[in-house]
Design a protein. Structure first.
Length: 418
């Protein structure tokens, strides 16, 4: 059996194409059963995210064209619209692609960990649908192990490469235990929501979301068990905030030096960590002049992110070496599958000979014949019948001058070279 991985991703196709090819989670089971029961693929798994739609298949013939046609037909896509953006990886290339995807090396953000969870969900769905078999089961288990090794042996995920994650990392440097800290999030856009998610995942003690429209603040607050307030309430709540993160569309500063100075007095000079990721800035630059204040702007964070991205690129080179080695390991296992039918046939033949001779011996013993003679005859018969076919083949090889078969036989049966 062969492996094929084909699809489109953010590297090859624009959003307008990717969104037409995506599978909703509730569509996957039916799609998997359709592609396998139709005989197009013996095994199949579908990975479908906002950045990629990929089909991993175990097939008898190394031809991805039927799978491409199935995908276009199933998603009602004109082939001419999607073919220019598709990739089609056979066998070893398919294995390497799966390993690189799971390790985050093919992601929009290098080294991001979310794709591994998405691949695990894709495999679990395919497995439950009965669409996977020996080769895909082994491929995905191997894929997950490789991704874990890359995470363990390299620094691919050690450094934050998004503004939101960098903000949380900096906060953890200033406050050792985020569980004891309160964060004030100013604004209710996507960036604030992402920061809230990172903070929640890192165990922040309490979150307060402030916005001009409280209803909008509440949409974010409700997701993360946070508190929603209006901007008018912010000055009174500022002294409670150990961390302040602001990202609004305001054209004028929302937080001035005087307000922060008053908050510091109320806090008895306990430090405050402020992050302004708005453009134009939400927090007056003069706030950074205050003692016990750590103020970072979007440019400061971009410097952190850029430095960390360079670190990830170096780690990615190490990861590629790990993947190359593990691809070889997997392909060696695939090659052993070619020997399975021969091994099974050899064992079946040996078992049939054994059973036949054993029945003969049992009948002779039942007639009262000498057990020693019956045992000796059983051993002789097994030896003769087990060696008959190989001996016959070797004689013919000798007559034909087939030295390769003679050499192979010595290796196969572990015979002395002499």
């Amino acid at each position: 059996m062969h492996l094929i991985a084909l699809g489109i991703s953010h590297n090859t196709a624009p959003l307008a194409i990717r969104e037409r090819a995506v599978f909703a989670p509730e569509q996957l089971r039916e799609a998997l059963q359709d592609v396998t029961k139709s005989g197009i693929a013996g095994e199949a798994a579908i990975l479908s995210t906002c950045n990629r739609t990929e089909v991993y298949c175990g097939v008898e013939a190394l031809n991805g064209e039927p799978i491409v046609e199935w995908l276009c037909d199933y998603r009602d896509l004109p082939p001419g619209d999607i073919r220019p953006y598709m990739y089609n990886y056979p066998d070893q290339e398919a294995v390497k692609h799966a390993f690189r995807v799971a390790a985050g090396l093919d992601s929009m953000i290098l080294g991001e960990p979310q794709i591994l969870g998405q691949m695990k969900e894709a495999f679990a769905t395919a497995h439950k649908a009965g669409a996977t078999g020996k080769i895909l089961n082994r491929l995905f288990q191997h894929t997950f192990a490789v991704a874990k090794q890359v995470r363990t042996d390299t620094a691919i995920g050690a450094s934050p490469v998004s503004v939101a994650s960098a903000t949380v990392v900096l906060a953890k440097r200033i406050f050792k235990d985020l569980a004891r800290q309160t964060v004030l999030l100013i604004g209710a856009g996507d960036m604030i929501e992402l920061c809230a998610r990172h903070l929640k995942e890192n165990g922040i003690g309490h979150m307060v979301v402030a916005n001009r429209t409280v209803e909008r603040a509440r949409l974010i607050a409700d997701q993360f068990a946070a508190e929603a307030i209006s901007l008018a309430e912010m000055p009174a709540r500022l002294p409670d905030a150990d961390i302040v993160i602001s990202s609004t569309a305001s054209q004028l500063p929302i937080l001035g030096k005087g307000a922060v100075e008053s908050a510091l007095k109320a806090r008895k000079r306990r430090p405050m960590f402020l992050v302004d990721i708005a453009v134009p800035r939400d927090i007056e630059a003069q706030v950074g002049e205050l003692s016990d204040v750590y103020l970072y702007t979007i440019d400061d964070l971009k410097d952190v992110v850029q430095g960390n991205m360079q670190s990830r690129v170096a780690a990615a080179r190490e990861a590629e070496k790990i993947i190359d080695t593990r691809v070889v390991d997997f392909m060696q296992w695939v090659k052993t599958l070619d020997a399975v039918p021969t091994i099974r046939a050899l064992r079946d033949t040996a078992t049939a000979i054994r059973d036949a001779e054993l029945q003969t011996a049992q009948r002779r013993l039942a007639r009262g014949e000498d057990p020693a003679k019956v045992t000796e005859q059983l051993a002789r018969a097994l030896t003769n019948k087990f060696t008959h076919a190989p001996t016959d083949a070797l004689r013919r090889a000798d007559d034909e001058g087939n030295d390769a078969l003679l050499t192979a036989a010595r290796r196969l049966f572990g015979l002395d070279e002499e």
